[in-house]
Design a protein around this ligand. Structure first.
Ligand code: ZN
Length: 262
């Protein structure tokens, strides 16, 4: 981890200066999390997944992740500690920068080599978030790195990860691929099978109905595996944002199980 690298700091600084401008739409959306949640609930994840990513493409990502984390999709990854991140960043030959950033709307970003003078790609993670959200961001940005390595068609340059942008992710191959890594890391297959039981997973992936039993199972899993609970210490808006993330990754996970048996 190159936390003190001046060159890295300069890149982070210049990218963050653009975040507010480029993310104006996302920042507006961030103020209306209920809208995001309603759209997520109605989205057909199974259709989006099949449309954007083939089974072979998802499998390639899984193989790459298994090179780094041998028990990927078999056991929970983490805990999302500084040591876990720095080990993965070293294995992947990445610059990693974690810092508290004032706007919680920004989770992090990925900068590929073409965008900066750095010798290695860069991941920035906003550490002002809960550990689970930090781990989510890290895995999402690593997903972008895998796509770069696998030379998937993608937009060049900086990839911002804003909260409230999950609906956009369903329309973007690169973003959805990055989210696949998060969903499989967060809900390894044995856990996913237990949460999204056979009779329910198709319904969840397609029409989006997460009934109370499934939500309770998800919350228990997130609490036991990552110590995450919706907390009175967080603002209502922040809790709603985390709820949007929970719904998005859970629905995507159900779709991966239903469509690709992963
Ligand atoms: Zn992204």
């Amino acid at each position: 981890m190159k936390q003190r690298s001046t060159a890295t700091d300069q890149v982070v600084h210049s990218v963050l200066a653009r975040a507010g401008v480029l993310g104006a739409r996302e920042l507006r959306a961030w103020k209306r999390p209920q809208d995001d949640i309603r759209r997520l609930t109605n989205s057909d994840y199974a259709a989006s997944l099949r449309q954007r990513l083939s089974f072979a493409q998802v499998n390639e990502l899984v193989h790459r992740a298994t090179d780094v984390w041998p028990h990927f999709n078999r056991r929970v990854l983490g805990p999302p500690s500084a040591e876990f991140f720095s080990r993965a960043a070293d294995a992947l030959q990445l610059h990693l920068k974690t810092a508290r950033y004032t706007s919680l709307a920004l989770y992090g970003f990925y900068v590929d080599r073409s965008e900066s003078a750095l010798a290695k790609p860069l991941i920035f993670v906003n550490s002002a978030h809960h550990d689970l959200a930090i781990g989510t961001t890290f895995c999402h940005e690593v997903g972008h790195h895998f796509c770069t390595e696998l030379a998937r068609p993608r937009r060049a340059g900086v990839r911002f990860y804003f909260d409230a942008a999950y609906n956009e992710h369903l329309r973007d191959e690169g973003e959805l691929a990055a989210d696949v890594i998060v969903s499989l890391a967060g809900y390894p297959k044995p856990a996913a099978r237990a949460i999204f039981t056979r009779g329910l997973r198709r319904e969840i992936a397609r029409k989006g109905h997460l009934d109370q039993i499934v939500i309770d199972r998800i919350r228990t899993h997130l609490e036991q595996s990552y110590g995450f609970a919706f907390s009175a210490a967080l603002s209502p808006a922040q809790n709603l944002q985390y709820l949007a993330g929970m719904l998005h990754y859970a629905k995507l996970r159900a779709a991966l199980l239903e469509e690709y048996d992963l």
